[in-house]
Structures are given as structure tokens and as C-alpha cells.
Design a protein around this ligand. Sequence first.
Ligand code: SF4
Length: 786
Amino acid sequence: MTERDAIAKPWGARTPFRPGEPWPDRVDIHLAGGVDPDDVQRWVRTASMLHSNGDAMDIAVVDGRIVGVRGRVEDRVNHGRLGPKDLYGWQANGSQDRLTRPLVRVDGGLVETDWDTAMDRVVTRSTQLLDERGPSSIGFYTTGQLMAEEYYTLAAIGHGAIGTNHMDGNTRLCTATAAAALKETFACDGQPGSYTDVDHADVIALFGHNMAETQTVLWMRILDRLAGPQPPRIVCVDPRDTPVAKAARDSGGVHLAPLPGTNVALMNALLHEIIANEWVDPDYLDAHTVGYAELRAQVEGCTPEWAGGICRLDPAEIRAAARVLGEAERLLSTVLQGFYQSHQASAAAVQVNNLNLVRGMLGRPGCGILQMNGQPTAQNTRECGADGDMSGFRNWANDAHVADLARHWNIDPMQIPHMAPPTHAMQMIRYCEEGSIGMLWVSGTNPAVSLPDLSRIRSIFSQDRLFLVVQDIFLSETAQLADVVLPAATWGEKTGCFTNVDRTVHLSDKAVEPPGQARPDLDIFLDYARRMDFRDRDGQPFPAWHDAESAFAAWAASTEGRPCDYTGLSHERLRAAPSGIQWPCNAEHPDGTERLYVDGRFWSAPDHCESYGRDMVTGAPLSPTEYRALNPDAKAVLKAAEYLPPHEPPGPEHPFVLITGRTIYHFHTRTKTGRAPELQAAAPRVWVECSPADAGRLGLTDGDLAEVATPRGTLHAHVRITGIRDGVLFVPFHYGYWDTPGGSAPDGGPGRAANELTATDWDPVSKQPLFKTAAASITPVEGGQR
Ligand code: SF4
């Protein structure tokens, strides 16, 4: 077991391995000062809650308190390794400012109360709205950090019992494009690949994915391949000079730094080169795909010279990258926010799918696609239907699927609203602004910092006519604006399951009691259902389950025959298994399924698919007839897309392109990582990155205070001069106001939240907001503190 300074050495020591060999074990551990492993009274099994990798770990418990964590060596995901947030993040659980009692608004302020009083307010307002204005007056906005049992319950309450169409997750900001891209190409969500593809690939291409900081343990796996015999070559597409970019150069691969918002042009040029050089797999294309002729026609004129002018790249670099991708024998592609958070997000992510398909690189070891998630349980938000998706990857536009879900819930299918797909988050906020949503229930997320255009969001949440319920573990910026605050239990304080990016399901057992009167989110949702007296067709309480185990059993039963088939899983099975298990797991695949689509057959049959797809430009849903005309039965769909310029190009007043993103030491709005001393000390304040040339031109030096402005707002941040490409600024989005005098907003002075600057705009297909293409300016602040 190794204890390390994971701030200074986030990826730890190398354990090199050769292609096809098992990844060597390395057990990482961190215990509170003065605690020896022999002092630990219980080790309780769980997985990471501060990113999407799903690192399996055990929680160390002494006298009813969490005192540390260690990696689980038996687990397929991490073989014992943990990243900085895994090792230090647990300390937030014990923070003195946890919410321990419900709060209600009285005379403009929040005061402590008991559960009956708080829930009575929620139930009274719900009942009043349902009586007077119907189900569409209530909206739910949840997260990617609860557990599968909780999302399934929320979906049943929202879509089934209340019958509202207004339900989404903050996964909309994060993984909506992953889901959309998988649905467009494979007609269904669900990652084709497996983390073990890293062990076999000879080329690993990361598109807009700074894995070194977002999935540190998966990056350790790549670093260990790079340190071993026959290392893979890396292709990196990122306007920043990240550790991934450096690895690309060092491995003999290519780093491409396109101008933000030009990914479709770049992808079309890469596809153009691959087709022109006949690096395609015609047999795979013939047998397993439709749409190749359209794709070829679309990219025919997309030469590297054409794309180079748009992306501001040297055409020779594009050609070099295409050659690495085109000559790969085992290509693993991964995608994240650099592609997902721009105006053609889905179109760009789909071209990555196309790249692997035209090369026939799917379903074999080393040949995979990981359309990544950002949050630990984002996959479950989607699978269970607590966002715009329907439980069990069913199809909203297929009446038989709606009827099937209604059968599992034992309710009338007409109770489930399905005339249109559920309202996406940005549209729900618009309905709150207009007043048609009168109650918004926010669970486990902090939209007053994470949504774009924050001054607008704060004014919407502060309206008297909006009844805002916030269920959280801290008094976040959003909770400070609420009418009722419900204190929740978190990871380590409740039992439930969650699924990582490569479909590995882990059980997380309760290790300690939650503080004060805080309760598991599942208990809160079920309590609400009972107080509202929701009933099924037989007059029995709905939902019919009563705890995490029975909720999981109901969820698993409802997935029978669906792509994400959990019927072979239960809490008991997961507790007994040495490692997490990948779905589908059923009678046919009792030990789970490593890779999807090994036989080149996809879930695209019209009666089975999760989606009929959308128009790549307008986002309009295709009709069943249009979908059938593609003739996709069991084949993947190659969807072409033309490049369209970003909506807010730089101009004289705002000459830069602003992108926002994450740092390795923080998660989301820092509500948890900001309360872990090592993580907070490693990145205590906001900064802005710019290139040496831009800094020199503007007279900025490292550490100067600068004002960054867009048409929406301004913030002050200290300058870091980095290898980011010229003309681009980067600001991390973790910094809000809960630990400033302002509390929920800037305190009269300039802001520090990146989303003061971002725009109310989204990708037409996935509806994911744009965080990567705002036009911005940067100017020195006279006399600013260094
Ligand atoms: S930090 Fe970004 S990628 Fe990670 S969960 Fe949040 S929105 Fe998603």
C-alpha cells in the first residue's frame, strides 16, 4: 500500500506494462493524520463520488467516523489506485457546516425547522399547483451524484405519479452530448468500449478530453502503457497545452490545438483524409453501417487546407494526425467537454463515432469509443430516466415502450407524459422565468453557480412566485435562495449503486450515520410520495418500493430486455462480487459484458431503439418513418454534419474566445472539494490562462490581476501564462461565492464565477449549454493585487 502526496504527484509512481498484459496492481491509501491502518475498525466498500471514473475503494471507519480511504485492488476499474479527489475529498463529509436540519424561509430569511414542517410546505405547494395549474407547473432538476435507486424513484414520482414533463439533471451540462452522440450513431445510449481497451490500443485519441485532470486513474493506466514496451501513440485535440498534449508529442503522436468551436471542421478533414487514403474498412462498413455514401459526400471537399483555415491549424498537422489515426491497428477514441460544450457538440462527437466505424475499430480489444461522463453517477441519471431520457433507455416516441414502463410502474400509460421529450434544463429555467413552472425542486446540484449567465439565473431563482426547494448537503449558493432546504445524506452515509463510464456497476454501502437530521435522498423522495399519497392502478402506494434494496430490485426488473439489462444484479450479488460488474448482466451474461457490439449488431431496430435520431443542424426529432427509411435494422448510422461557425465570434470589443473547464483538484462548484484542506490549498482561487504572445501584447505578467469580460458580465482573476493557443482564454468554473462575504452572489465588486461570462445558448441536438465559445476581452486591473 502506498501513501503519497497526491497534490504534488497526482498520478503516483509508474507500473509499466506491455500491450495485452494485465495492468499491475498498486494500492493507494490515505488516512487522517495519526491513524494507522491497524486502527481501522471497519472497511466499507464503495466507489468514487467526485468524478466519473468509478474507482473502487474502501472507506476506513473508526468510532463511527470516516477516517480515510484505500483503493480496492480486486476491482477491474482501478486495480487499487486512487486519484487526488478520491484520497482527500472524503473529508468534506465531516465538515462542520453540513446541513443538519431542514430550513424554511420566514420573513425573507432561512430558519431551522423540523422535517414535518418543511415537508408540509413542499406538499402544500405541490398540491396547490397540481390543483390549480396541473403537472406542468412542477419541475425537477437533479444531478449526476445521487444513486441509481434515487434516480429511478425520482423518475417514477416525476414522470409517473405527478406526470410532469419537466425533469432534467445537471448531466445536461456535462454528458447530454455523450448520450446524444451514442443515440445518433448506435440508436441507444451505452458505452461501446471498456477501460481495458487502454491495455490493447496502439493509438489512443482524446478529443477535447483532458483525461489527466478529469479521470486521473484512467490516465494512470495510459501513463503505465506509455512507460512500458510497445507504447501507444496519443492524439490530442485541445486548445490548451495539457499533460495529454505533452504525452501526444512525447509518444510520437500529434497534438492539435484548434480554435474553439471548429471541431466539426477538423473532424470532417480527418475523415476526408482517412477516406482519401483508403484507410477505411469496406467490409465492416458494408456489413454493419448505413450512411457511408452521405458521409463521404459530406467530407469530400473538407481538405486539410480548408479545415486549417477555419481551425487555424497547419494542414500538415491535420494530415499527420489523420495518418496516425488511419494507420492505427487498434484505435481507442475518447471524447469530453472540449467537444461537448460547444455549438455543434453532438455533430462533432458523432464524427468521432464515425471515425471508429469507418476504420472498423469497434468491439475488439483496444478498439473502442468512450463518450465520457463527468459525474460519478451520470450514467444512472440517464439510464433511470431522471433527465430527458426514459427509464431503461426506452424511446419516448414509441408508445409500446411507454406502455411497457407503465406496466412496471402499474400505472396508466397516459399518466406518463410523452407527447414530446422531457423539457431540457435550459428550457425549464426559461419556464421558471416566465412563471409557468411554479415549483422547482433541485437535488444535489448548484445551478446558481453551474448554469450559464449567472446574473439571469440568480434573478430567476429570487422571484417570489417561484417556490424553490433545494435538497443538498451544504448551504450552497442555490440553497441560499431557496424557500425550503432539505438536508441530505451523502456518499458513505447511505447505501446504493452507481455505474461508471464503462458500464461498471458498484455498490456503495453505508459506512457512518449522516449528521443531525440529514436523510438519504431516497428516503426524502419516498417520504414526499407517501405524504402526497401517490397510488398505483390498484390503489397501492406508489412507488411500491421502500428502501434502497427494494428500489434496486424494482429498477433491475424494469430493465429486462433493454440494452442496460441489470436483471442479473442485486445488492447481494454486488456485495459478494470481488469487483464491480459491467452491464448488461443477465441470465445470458451472468458475469456482465466487457464490450458492446462485438458482433457488429446494434440496438437500432426501430422497435427496439432508444431514439429515432435528430437532424444534426436543427435538432428536430426524426419521425419513425424517416428513421425506418434509413434502414438501420441492427446497423450503426453514420451521420454526416456540415461545419457551421460559432454563434458568438470574437470581434473588436471582445477579441478572445473564452473556454471554461475543470482543474484536477476540484469538482463542480467546490461545495465538497473546497472543504477538503489539501484540495482547497492546491487551487484556492480562480485564475485565467492566456498565451505568452497575448500576455506580452497586453502587458500582462504571471500573477497579475486581470478583468475578463463578455457581453454578459465580468470577473477578476489572476493571470497564468500557459501554453494555451493564442486568442483563447481559459477560466476554471469551480469558484462561486459560498466562502465569500457575498454568500450567493458577488459582494458588490467583480465576480469570480466563470459563468458570470457564459451565454444562454445550447447545442441543438443534445441541448447541452455552450461553455466553450464566448467572445471575451481581458485587460489588466490597475493596481491589482498580485
Ligand atoms: S466538472 Fe464538468 S465534466 Fe465534470 S461533472 Fe461537472 S460538468 Fe461534468
